[in-house]
Design a protein around this ligand. Structure first.
Ligand code: S3P
Length: 455
C-alpha cells in the first residue's frame, strides 16, 4: 500500500474546448466511513458508488484485519460486520498508505480496545501530526506509543474500560471530531464532543443512520455539542455513496478555465459543509448551473453544468475554510487565471495536509510564472486572465507534488489553460483519491499524459 519510490511524471498542455458529461466517483469521506461503520455494525451493509481509491481500500483492508468480512459482487460492496465492541486484534501493523482520514478515524475506532494495534503509513502520512487524535485517546485511558512528535508508527492499547470524555476540538477538524465520536462507541456512558467551528458532518449523520444514540445541539454562536451514548448496537445499512465534491473541483475548474468549454458533471454531493469552492467560484463570476438538485441517502446531490468563464479575483473569508479545505490548491489555480487579486485567509490547516499545501502551491505557482505571496496562513494570487506567459518558465520547472494527490491534479488543470505546458513530478499518487482522473479528463478533451521515459 505504501507509495513506492517510482514516480510517474506527467504533463498538461493548453487544450481545446472541454466538452461532455462525466459522472463523479464516490466521496472519499463517506466511503471511508462506510467501510468503518459497515465493518463495525452487526449484520450486513451494502455499498454502491464506493470510491475505490487506494486510501479507501486501505481502510477496507484494516477493517478486514480486525474481523469484518468484505467482498464485492458486481458493483456492490457487501460487508458482514463484527458488531459494536467486537473488533479483533489485528495480527500485523495496519498500513494506511497516504490516508490521513483512514488512519485518524481508525485510531479512534480501535483506540479504546484492550489490545495492541499498530498504525503505519507512507512518508507523507508518517510526517503528519497524530497528537490531535492521540491526545483525546490518552484522556480516555488509551496507552500510546508513537514516534517523536506524536508521528507514525503509533501503537495503541486501550484500557479494560475506556473513560467517556467531554472534548472540545481545538482546531477545525472533522477527523478529530470523528475520531473522538468513534472512540466513544466503545466507552460506557456519554461521550461529548464540542465543536466550535462546524466541519463536515458525515460521521454524525452516518452514526445516526446506523442506529447510534447521538444528538447534536447548536447554540446561538454556532458551537455544536454532539453527545453519543457508548456501547449501543449498530445495524448494517444500505448506502449509495454520492460523488466526491473535492474530486469534482478538478474538472469543474478546468471547464471554467479552458476557453469554449461546456461540461456536465453528474452526481455531486452538495452537503453545505462541502460546497465552499462552488460558492467562491460563483462569486468569482463562474458560470456554474446547479441542476436536478435532489436528496439521495440523506445527502443533497446535484448535477453541475459548467461553462468557460471570465473570472475575477475575490477575498475568500477564513470562516469558509472548513467547507472547502481540500479545494484551495485548485482554487489557487482558478485565481491564477482571474482578473485582479484573490486573497485566501485562514489556511493554517493546509500546512498539515498530505503535504504542506500552502508552500507546495506557492512554489508550484511561482515556477509557472504566477505572481503570488505565501503568508503564514494566507495566500495572495494575482491572476493573468488569458494565461499569457503562464506555464513552466524553464524545462526543469517541474511541480513537486510531495506525495500529495491534490497538488498533482491542481497543477495538471493549470497546464490545460496556460500558454506553456505544466509538468508535475508524479501523477501516480492521484490513485489515492481519484484513480479515474486521467481518463475522465482526457475523455473531456484535456491534453494530459504521463511523460514517457526515454528508452
Ligand atoms: C476529512 C476531513 C478533512 C479533510 C480530509 C477528509 C474527513 O481533514 O481535509 O481530506 O473525511 O473527515 P481535517 O479534519 O484534518 O480538516
Amino acid at each position: 500500500m505504501t507509495h513506492g519510490a517510482h514516480l510517474k511524471p506527467a504533463v498538461a498542455q493548453k487544450s481545446g474546448p472541454l466538452a461532455g458529461t462525466v459522472r463523479m466517483p464516490g466521496d472519499k469521506s463517506i466511503s471511508h466511513r462506510s467501510f468503518m461503520l459497515g465493518g463495525l455494525a452487526s449484520g450486513q451493509t451494502r455499498i454502491t458508488g464506493l470510491l475505490e481509491g487506494d486510501d479507501v481500500l486501505a481502510t477496507g483492508a484494516a477493517m478486514r484485519a480486525m474481523g469484518a468480512h468484505i467482498r464485492k459482487e458486481d458493483d456492490v460492496w457487501i460487508i458482514d460486520g463484527v458488531g459494536n465492541g467486537c473488533l479483533l486484534e489485528p495480527e500485523a501493523p495496519l498500513d494506511f498508505g497516504n490516508a490521513g482520514t483512514g488512519v485518524r478515524l481508525t485510531m479512534g475506532l480501535v483506540g479504546p480496545y484492550d489490545f495492541d494495534a499498530t498504525f503505519i503509513g507512507d512518508a507523507s502520512l508518517s510526517g503528519r501530526p497524530m497528537g490531535r487524535v492521540l491526545d483525546p485517546l490518552r484522556l480516555m485511558g488509551v496507552q500510546v506509543s508513537a514516534a517523536a512528535g506524536d508521528r507514525l508508527p503509533v501503537t495503541l492499547h486501550g484500557p479494560r474500560v475506556a473513560a467517556p470524555i467531554r472534548y472540545r476540538v481545538p482546531m477545525a477538524s472533522a477527523q478529530v471530531k470523528s475520531a473522538v465520536l468513534l472512540a466513544g462507541l466503545n466507552a460506557p456512558g456519554t461521550t461529548v464532543v464540542i465543536e466550535p467551528v462546524m466541519t463536515r458532518d458525515h460521521t454524525e449523520k452516518m452514526l445516526e443512520g446506523f442506529g447510534a444514540q447521538i444528538s447534536v445541539e447548536t447554540d446561538g454562536d454556532g458551537v455544536r455539542t454532539i453527545a453519543l451514548q457508548g456501547q449501543g448496537a449498530l445495524q448494517g445499512q444500505v448506502i449509495d455513496v454520492p460523488g466526491d465534491p473535492s474530486s469534482t473541483a478538478f474538472p469543474l475548474v478546468a471547464a471554467l478555465l479552458v476557453r469554449d468549454s461546456d461540461v456536465i458533471i453528474r452526481n455531486v454531493l452538495m452537503n453545505p459543509l462541502r460546497t465552499g469552492l462552488i460558492t467562491t467560484l460563483l462569486e468569482m463570476g463562474g458560470n456554474i448551473e446547479i441542476m436536478n438538485a435532489r436528496v439521495s441517502g440523506g445527502e443533497d446531490v446535484a448535477d453541475l453544468r459548467v461553462r468557460s468563464s471570465e473570472l475575477h479575483g475575490v477575498r475568500v473569508p477564513p470562516e469558509r475554510a472548513p467547507s472547502m479545505i481540500d479545494e484551495y490548491p485548485v482554487l489557487a489555480i482558478a485565481a491564477s487565471f482571474a482578473r485582479g487579486e484573490t486573497l485566501m485567509e485562514g489556511l493554517e490547516e493546509l500546512r498539515v495536509k498530505e503535504s504542506d499545501r500552502l508552500s507546495a502551491v506557492a512554489e508550484g505557482l511561482k515556477i509557472n510564472g504566477v505572481d503570488c505571496d505565501e503568508g503564514e496562513s494566507s495566500l495572495r494570487v494575482r491572476g493573468v486572465p488569458d494565461g499569457a506567459n503562464l506555464g513552466a518558465l524553464r524545462a526543469d520547472c517541474v511541480v513537486q507534488t510531495h506525495l500529495d494527490h491534490r497538488i498533482a491534479m491542481a497543477f495538471l488543470v493549470m497546464g490545460l489553460a496556460s500558454e506553456r505546458p505544466v509538468s508535475v513530478d508524479d501523477a501516480g499518487i492521484i490513485a489515492t483519491s481519484f484513480p479515474e482522473f486521467m481518463d475522465l479528463m482526457t475523455g473531456l478533451g484535456a491534453d494530459i499524459g504521463l511523460v514517457q521515459e526515454p528508452a
